[in-house]
Design a protein around this ligand. Structure first.
Ligand code: CP
Ligand code: NVA
Length: 304
């Protein structure tokens, strides 16, 4: 039976930790190549632009001995040239897995429902699970463990924030989210995340007070204020979020051994100042690299 990675909801905390362990093992290997996907073809069905997701999946599939086929937004034109259902059924006749980047999460769900091969969410408007896996890998790598750590997410309660909420809750990490009023993460996702912490006592805080969130945090994380597809809201958002910038003054409140994280692409001078993102506590390019290792572990787990 095929299994998708549409959201981290579909995986237990234990399974997430296993993926992270496999990713760490793959990263340590001096020879990155293997035959896990020999003879297999993976499609990358993208409705939005990408640097990290596209390149890390293409290189990951190549290193696992498989073949990658990139399908640009113009090529498939999901739901316009052809229904999502027909696209999923057709691609399942050729491919052994689909990595999708969709505008709407409903399209991601429809792809999962109608494809007979694993569907991996490479970002939708609601979630970015591959990013959260790479982030947890980066945090574990840096601190040696995920225990007794707090991540503070500051900015927009967006797709990256939603996946971090679920990921942290599942593996037992504390997470504090600070957003302007009206930009909090989805209430249903917060409730879901809270339900996962019953077994591990992780703490979730949702606030509008960024100083409260960042105080003593081990990880300070932000993302763009204007996500892909929200370009028309840009003038309003830039005003609404202006007090939610990560700068040196805010970082001074974090734990002594703190790290700064950002999924990238970043806008220096907006959500983060250059001195922070380019400073010694920033691990943003380790995160970017770890997309490759985490996704290779996902591909082996789901598509082998
Ligand atoms: N972080 C991330 O998903 O980057 P891309 O949009 O460049 O793929
Ligand atoms: N929240 C951002 C993440 C980009 C990787 C977006 O959706 O555009």
């Amino acid at each position: 039976m095929k299994r998708d990675l549409i959201s981290l909801d579909n995986f237990t905390g234990q399974e997430i930790l296993q993926i992270l362990d496999l990713a760490a093992t793959l990263k340590k290997r001096t020879i990155g190549f293997s035959d896990h996907l020999k003879g297999k073809a993976i499609g990358l069905l993208f409705q939005k632009p990408s640097n990290r997701t596209r390149v890390s999946f293409e290189v990951g599939v190549y290193q696992l001995g498989g073949k990658c086929i990139y399908l640009s937004p113009q090529e498939i034109n999901l739901g316009k040239r052809e229904s999502t259902q027909d696209v999923a059924k057709t691609l399942s006749r050729y491919l052994d897995g689909i990595v999708a980047r969709t505008n709407s999460h409903d399209d991601m769900i429809a792809l999962g429902q109608h494809a007979n091969v694993p569907v991996i969410n490479g970002l939708s408007d609601l979630y970015h699970p591959c990013q959260a896996l790479a982030d947890l890998l980066s945090i574990k790598e840096h601190f040696g463990s995920l225990d007794d750590l707090t991540l503070a997410f500051v900015g927009d309660g967006n797709n990256v924030c939603n996946s971090l909420l679920l990921g942290c809750a599942k593996v037992g990490m504390n997470i504090s989210v600070a957003t302007p009023r009206g930009y909090t993460p989805d209430g249903k996702i917060v409730a879901q995340a809270n339900s996962y912490t019953k077994n591990n006592n992780a703490k979730i805080v949702i606030t509008t007070d960024l100083r409260e969130a960042v105080k003593n945090a081990n990880v300070v994380y932000t993302d763009v204020w204007v996500s892909m597809g929200q370009e028309e809201e840009s003038p309003d958002r830039l005003k609404i979020f202006q007090d939610y910038q990560i700068n040196a003054e805010l970082m001074a409140l974090a734990a002594k051994d703190h790290i700064f994280m950002h999924c990238l692409p970043a806008h220096r001078g907006q959500e983060v100042t250059a001195d922070v993102i380019d400073g010694p506590n920033s691990i943003v390019f380790d995160q970017a690299e770890n997309r490759l290792h985490a996704q290779k572990a996902v591909l082996i787990t789901l598509c082998q």
